[in-house]
Design a protein. Structure first.
Ligand SMILES: Cc1cc2nc3c(=O)[nH]c(=O)nc-3n(C[C@H](O)[C@H](O)[C@H](O)COP(=O)(O)O)c2cc1C
Length: 379
């Protein structure tokens, strides 16, 4: 694994191994991708002042959240259509989570069903809900998550409408893929991806299939567009809160008042995120939104974080800003696309080793000491 010691190594290898439509889907942001860059730039500005001469140290990353013990405050964020990026993605991610003892979040628009992915994650699975318009669908999805062993529910708030995602439009991503000469050529040029496709079959929205009749299956993407999203309101959140018995997390929060209102409406955590720069190109860099939200609600609920994490140093930066848990979307997918099934575990090892190393280098034995080592106190 020393051939790929950094997430950036996995990223460049995935770029080579993925057909261009899959790469564009994974890598892109929205608009001119300013938010995507802003996330990385804002993280890179966070620096530490080490404290030394502490002798032998054994930093611990063990973290417990909602009564579950995890190996580190690092989790796998929901990635819809994972099977298009790498066929078989969701089971590979779920298994890596079970193996490394970290959370894995299955997307509503994932390419595996909760009934299959939940048991694979062996108690490490969380379920992400895009709010279905139909009440019956919502109730059924939540029941299925509950019955499939998912321990937490993440409701995504930051898709009030689809984003334009110009690069994805140019890549002409469709589910199921429309088979034309361009697609055939792309697949033929990427044999590892083609082999994974042969093993796992064409990616499908397996979570949602039962709500769409077979005739309209070819138009699953249209179903997703018409039936999910644009629905979330405070009343909707209350209805989900009523039904879901476990911890409820609202993902995609950037505003302190929204964060407080989530807590007032029964959320057990908020997740600061700008969807990895995929929704609003003018969005604040996610790390810049974190400390103010921790300041507002951090003494009431855990504050989780994602968007722009590319190494263990970034995890440390987010933890130092008050995140109780840090999620990554692309980093785990780069691992999977670069080296297949073993990739997500390797991506985790990179992030984890990096975090432990930063703790050593800064003189922190526990995660909560990291904030004292920041050179600039966050706003
Ligand atoms: C290809 C892709 C698909 C995604 N699909 C979903 C999704 O289905 N649901 C969701 O809540 N977030 C989704 N996200 C956002 C991630 O959960 C997460 O917020 C984001 O990837 C974090 O940024 P990072 O990729 O820089 O780590 C997706 C992100 C990517 C890159």
């Amino acid at each position: 694994m020393n051939r790929w010691p950094a997430i950036s190594d996995l990223e460049s290898r995935s770029n080579k191994r993925l057909p261009s439509f899959a790469w564009d889907y994974l890598d892109s942001g929205t608009g001119s991708e300013q938010a995507l860059d802003r996330n990385l730039d804002a993280l890179a500005r966070v620096t530490f002042r080490p404290q030394l001469l502490k002798g032998l140290m054994e930093p611990s990353t063990e973290t417990s959240l909602f009564g579950v013990d995890y190996a580190a405050p690092i989790g796998i964020a929901p990635v819809g259509l994972g099977g298009l990026i790498w066929p078989g993605a969701d089971t590979a991610l779920a298994r890596a989570a079970a193996d490394r003892r970290i959370p894995y979040v299955l997307s509503t628009v994932g390419t595996e069903s909760p009934e299959v992915a939940g048991p694979e994650a062996a108690g490490m699975g969380w379920f992400q809900l895009y709010p279905p318009r139909e009440e019956a669908t919502r109730r059924d999805l939540i029941d299925r998550a509950q019955n499939s062993g998912f321990t937490a529910m993440v409701i995504t708030a930051d898709v009030p409408a689809p984003s334009r995602r110009e690069r994805q439009r140019k890549a002409r991503i469709r589910v199921p893929p429309s088979i034309g000469p361009r697609l055939v050529l792309e697949v033929a040029r990427h044999p590892a991806w083609a082999n994974a496709l042969r093993r796992h079959g064409t990616p499908r929205f397996r979570c949602l299939e039962k709500y769409v009749d077979a005739a309209s299956m070819t138009n699953m993407a249209a179903f997703v567009g018409a039936n999910l999203g644009g629905t979330l309101s405070w009343d909707y959140l209350a209805a989900v809160r009523d039904q879901w018995e476990g911890p409820l997390i609202v993902k995609g929060i950037l505003d302190i008042h929204d964060a407080q209102r989530c807590v007032d409406n029964g959320a057990d955590a908020v997740q600061v995120s700008n969807h990895g720069g995929r929704q609003l190109d003018g969005a604040i860099g996610a790390i810049d939104a974190l400390a103010p939200i921790v300041g507002r609600v951090g003494d009431q609920v855990p504050v989780l974080f994602d968007s722009g994490i590319r190494d263990g140093l970034d995890v440390a930066r987010a933890v130092a800003h008050g995140a109780s848990f840090v999620f990554c979307g692309r980093a785990f997918m780069f691992g999977l696309a670069a080296i297949g099934e073993a990739g997500p575990g390797h991506a985790y090892d990179i992030l984890h080793e990096g975090l432990v190393n930063v703790m050593h280098q800064t003189g922190c034995e526990s995660l909560d000491q990291l904030s004292d080592r920041l050179t600039t106190k966050p706003a």
